[in-house]
Design a protein around this ligand. Structure first.
Ligand code: HEM
Length: 285
């Protein structure tokens, strides 16, 4: 390694060539763009418990990722509706990268003990991720629709209206299936004309469509689409699985702050299918 002499060190002082701008009339452009102070001001723990800040920040950061992934899945859905395959795949690929980052967010709170969780749990009362509207938008985009999940937000008219709209809009998967049909695959008509407000149910005709995709050339762009959707599904299942594990570690089988039975309820929810025929079609490859 070459010896670095003090005189060789780059001069980072203000005023020297190549140094950053250090003076601004008012907030920095960074602050104007990122709103870092606003973000910081939103972390308001309710206790002095040393574990609560990590819990709150983790939840808030996950909410930001939820919002971004909702945006990407809507972008992909709308692009499929317009037969813009490349834009749809780009959005799906971006959503996978964001979802991987979302899944990495569990680390700070994955190993809370019941004693540590109880140190601040009572302070947030009946608050629960169960009430997250962005999470419901994510589920609806996957095709996992539920009217009762919308009704839970009646008390907040703007949020309720947005969820109502999402309930009756095509999901990402609906638009993928419409696209496959326009590309000549045998997606049954009744699947495309189903009542969109109901949760998606697996269909043998759709399974056959995916089987045909995988039976064709492996470099076909539709195989790339199938694999990206499978990646999305896997990332969703992994997030749910890590949520169940964190919950089991932090509170065992106690009931949830949102009013459910807790772990048993979450375990059942965590295995709800995501793009079901993409998994079952694999048995017929
Ligand atoms: C140790 C930490 C956590 C525990 C013990 C926990 C526990 C629970 C429990 C028991 C439920 C069931 C609903 C209820 O009765 O409250 C639930 C639901 C939920 N939680 Fe968490 N949670 C934790 C962290 C998080 C974080 C960081 C998020 C991120 C936003 C989150 C998001 C959700 C969501 C979206 C649901 C609804 C799931 C569904 O509808 O299938 N949770 N959680």
């Amino acid at each position: 390694m070459p010896d670095l002499q003090p005189q060789d060190e780059p001069d980072l002082d203000a005023g020297s060539e190549g140094c950053p701008f250090l003076q601004f009339d008012g907030p920095t452009p960074y602050e104007d763009y990122v709103h870092a102070s606003l973000l910081g001001s939103l972390q308001r723990p309710l206790t002095n418990d040393p574990n609560e800040p990590a819990f709150l920040v983790t939840t808030q950061v996950m909410e930001l990722w939820f919002h971004l992934i909702v945006h990407e899945w809507r972008t992909a859905r709308d692009a499929f509706a317009k037969d813009d395959f490349d834009a749809a795949l780009d959005a799906l690929a971006r959503s996978c990268r964001s979802h991987r980052a979302l899944n990495g967010c569990w680390a700070p709170i994955a190993a809370l003990t019941p004693a540590q969780f109880n140190g601040f749990r009572a302070a947030f009362g009946n608050a629960s991720g169960f009430q997250s509207t962005s999470y419901r938008h994510l589920e609806f985009l996957l095709g996992d629709k539920s009217r009762s999940m919308v009704n839970a937000h009646r008390g907040d008219p703007a949020v309720h209206a947005e969820l109502e709209q999402a309930l009756s809009s095509p999901s990402l998967y609906d638009e993928v299936l419409g696209y496959l049909q326009r590309r000549g695959l045998p997606v049954p008509e009744q699947v495309l004309r189903r009542d969109l407000t109901l949760g998606y149910r697996p269909d043998p005709g759709v399974e056959e469509a995916w089987r045909l995709v995988y039976a064709g050339p492996q470099h076909d762009p539709l195989v790339r689409l199938a694999e990206l959707l499978t990646e999305v599904a896997e990332l969703v299942l992994r997030w749910r699985g890590d949520h169940v594990l964190a919950t089991r570690r932090a509170m065992g089988a106690r009931s949830g702050s949102g009013g459910t039975a807790g772990l048993a309820w979450l375990e059942k929810r965590s295995v709800r299918p995501v793009f079901p025929e993409l998994w079952t079609a694999r048995s017929h490859a």
